[in-house]
Design a protein. Structure first.
Length: 440
């Protein structure tokens, strides 16, 4: 970059030198310390540092805003892997340099760090609206789900890239799959959502066969979809969880996909229908149902031959949020209600639209990291209501950088996350990220 040099009078050098010797930089918890290796989050908050990765300082610049960004975190026993970038903002653009690190929880041994040199550093493109680097499950290899939008049909695209940006596979979904798409534990990709309340889409990539299954078709029986998600059981069964209304009533169901169906036949074969009046329409505007509230799938989790789904409901009048959870096990002809209509905060309710940033437990509880008024906290909601843990402020007076907390993972009741800093100017010195955990 171009640098401007200014001639400084000689007597000012003495003042500057004296000031530099006296200066102390606020530490990560707001105190005066030059120990830049301190935890980014005060451990009194409950978040305990279990590993740290230093910035290489190859790309930091004292004349630019520098930061680190966490993308993925895996924890297996005491082995931790973290995927991240070292970032620099310059000329209005963000440059990201990707790295991966392997470390042992609580060990004083330096992490094994590898830069992903073939991945482009400059990642902002006009058609790009979401970019998600992840570890391919069970490996130390980065893969990236890239979601983009085109000006002409087909409008949307999912692409899976390897570390050298070679395309592994791609698909053109009808909708924006960036929030519902997930990489499954076997490396497959599963996405699905509702389009115009008539079409329930499935996009499923089977890595073993390198093929996609795609459905985007309505049924000719006037059903109106409210909430929906596809899921894959451990035995390979690909099914759908559906909440829909028909003839003034609302139903929950679990259905098989019918890949050969053609309109007006439905692309689903319901294993059962269970009426739920709490979601039924309250009126009609022409042929469009009217509801007292809106309902979405906030999260789901599979285990063996069971699936647990959490629905988020928002009242259309007072905008209040609540959640309900249901569990279904292979062979059952009804759903097990885990809890119903539990009130939650506005912050959590808003966050639950971001399904790629929240998690669901087998008991139907759902969890997320909230940042409310520059205070981070882990929030968990379920049958027992909503509770928050590990709150800390990112607006501490004299703090020399702000901390971002993401990559939340629940490993057997222990919540892990990645804490990363944002620096400005010459405060990039000593930059590092921390892997932290909160034991409930």
């Amino acid at each position: 970059m171009k640098k401007n040099y200014t001639v400084i009078p000689a007597f000012l050098f003495l003042i500057i030198a004296f000031t530099a010797c006296k200066k102390t930089n606020p530490g990560p918890t707001g105190g005066n310390t030059n120990n830049y290796g301190d935890p980014l989050i005060a451990e009194s908050s409950g978040w305990k540092r279990v590993g740290s990765v230093a910035n290489s300082n190859k790309y930091t610049d004292q004349l630019a805003v520098n930061q680190m960004t966490g993308y993925d975190l895996t924890v297996t026993g005491s082995k931790i892997q973290v995927l991240y970038s070292e970032d620099k903002f310059e000329g209005g653009d963000k440059f990201s340099f990707y790295h991966k690190a392997s470390l042992i929880e609580g060990s004083s041994t330096s992490p094994v760090v590898a830069e992903i040199v073939n991945f482009p550093a400059f990642n902002i493109k006009p058609t790009l609206f979401s970019y998600r680097p992840v570890f391919r499950p069970g490996t130390f290899n980065m893969e990236t789900m890239r979601f983009s939008h085109n000006a002409i049909d087909p409008f949307n695209k999912i692409e899976l890239l390897d570390e050298a940006t070679n395309s592994i596979t791609n698909q053109h979904p009808f909708f924006d799959a960036s929030l519902s798409a997930k990489m499954l534990p076997n490396g497959d990709i599963l996405a699905g959502d509702i389009n115009y309340n008539a079409l329930c889409e499935l996009d499923y990539y089977n890595r073993a066969t390198n093929t996609w299954k795609y459905i985007n078709q309505s049924a000719g029986d006037s059903q109106w979809h409210i909430a929906y998600t596809p899921f894959l059981l451990d035995d390979g069964q690909l099914l759908a969880f559906r909440l829909y209304s028909k003839t003034g009533k609302a139903f929950l169901s679990v259905a098989d996909f019918v890949y050969t169906a053609a309109f007006p036949a439905a692309p689903y074969a319901d294993r059962f229908d269970e009426e739920h009046p709490e979601y039924a329409p309250t009126g009609y505007d022409g042929v469009k149902p009217q509801y007292a509230g809106s309902t979405i799938v906030a999260g789901y989790i599979t285990a063996g031959n069971s699936v647990t789904v959490v629905l988020r409901y928002q009242d259309n009048v007072n905008k209040a949020y609540s959640i309900s959870a249901y569990k279904w096990t292979e062979g059952a002809t009804s759903l097990q209600k885990l809890y119903s209509a539990v009130p939650i905060s506005t912050g959590l309710g808003d966050m639950l639209t971001k399904r790629d940033q929240t998690g669901c437990n087998a008991d139907g509880s759902i969890y997320a990291l909230l940042n409310v008024n520059q205070t981070y906290q882990l929030t968990i909601a379920g049958a027992g209501g909503e509770k928050s843990y590990g709150a800390f402020s990112t607006n501490t007076p004299n703090q020399r950088y702000a901390v971002t907390l993401n990559c939340l993972r629940n490993i057997n009741g222990v919540y892990y996350a990645v804490a990363t800093p944002t620096y400005g100017g010459n405060d990039y010195l000593g930059q590092h990220l921390d892997v932290v955990k909160l034991v409930l």
